[in-house]
Write a protein of this length. Structure first.
Length: 301
């Protein structure tokens, strides 16, 4: 488990000799396209992979085994012009569980509204305060968001400096003409603007507490004591219920992001719990995620 120096808001960084934070697999799906030269996407996939895996986003040293595992799947849905594309982007990040070979999903999100311009061998550069291209802003935003989620899982609110930097990218991209960066771009509050805005909103504090307790106090303890770890995860699940009852906004999209990442795992963990815990967790999860009801049937058995 890495040493994390907390309480330091990170200034813009000189990207120097620190180890890279991400170990990313980047894939581009072009199966929807017909009659298009797909060689350009081979170059883009390589450029994005190089950007995510070789850019230094923090001033903390990461050993090779500590790098955050993540997947980026860019699904190209349309070719609007010679160098203008529409796509969906799925982003997933995982975190190892202490003392085990198990990796838990930290973040699983689909960005439905991605548009970008790209010509073969265009550079993808990192900048928080200046909009360079939508690809640069998009992948920089999710890189910082992933790092923030990872740090939140090791210390309460530990990811705040990275969410603040992701927010800078949102601000710099506003006015670019690309969707997803402004509040008005999404009626159901599900885009990049709302993702980081809600994460930094004190009304969503229970979700940040959930991440910390669920991972560091719960999953990381299960290797030494399944019961003690599950007790903390039970405590964390009740925080989701607390937030749902409070409902800081009518759509609760951020809560659904967390549920999408953890629902199957929660069902697995509590399938072996005591009957009373099973009843409480089943009731909570069915309340906040009724559409995913089948996932929770194993809790009742």
């Amino acid at each position: 488990m890495r040493n994390i120096i907390l309480g330091i808001l990170l200034a813009p960084l000189a990207l120097s000799s620190f180890g890279q934070e991400l170990s990313c697999n980047v894939s581009i799906n072009t199966s929807r396209l017909q009659g298009t030269n797909k060689q350009v996407f081979v170059a883009l996939e390589e450029s994005l992979s190089d950007f995510l895996n070789n850019t230094v986003f923090t001033n903390h040293v990461f050993d090779a085994h500590e790098r955050i595992e993540c997947n980026f799947l860019l699904d190209i849905t349309e070719v609007a012009s010679a160098d203008n594309y529409g796509a969906k982007l799925q982003v997933q990040a995982r975190r190892p569980v202490f003392g085990s070979t198990y990796n838990t999903v930290l973040f699983n999100y689909i960005d439905e509204d991605v548009k970008f311009n790209y010509q073969e061998f265009d550079p993808i550069d990192y900048s928080e305060n200046t909009f360079i291209s939508n690809l640069s802003s998009l992948f920089s935003f999710y890189a910082l968001f992933i790092i923030g989620m990872d740090y939140d899982s090791f210390s309460f609110n530990g990811g705040t400096p990275f969410f603040l930097r992701a927010e800078k990218i949102v601000t710099s991209a506003q006015g670019s003409g690309f969707a997803g960066w402004e509040a008005i771009d999404s009626k159901d509050r599900k885009n990049r603007y709302w993702l980081v805005d809600n994460m930094l909103d004190s009304e969503y504090k229970p979700l940040r507490q959930f991440t910390y307790i669920y991972h560091l106090k719960g999953l990381d303890k299960m290797e030494s004591s399944i019961e003690a770890g599950r007790e903390k995860i039970f405590e964390a699940v009740k925080l989701l219920d607390k937030l749902y009852l409070y409902r800081p906004d009518p759509f609760m999209s951020l809560l659904q992001v967390y549920v999408d990442s953890k629902s199957h795992e929660i069902a697995d963990i509590f399938s072996e719990a005591e009957d009373e815990e099973k009843k409480v967790v089943y009731k909570i999860m069915m309340k906040i995620d009724p559409a995913g009801g089948n996932k929770y049937n194993k809790i009742k058995k």
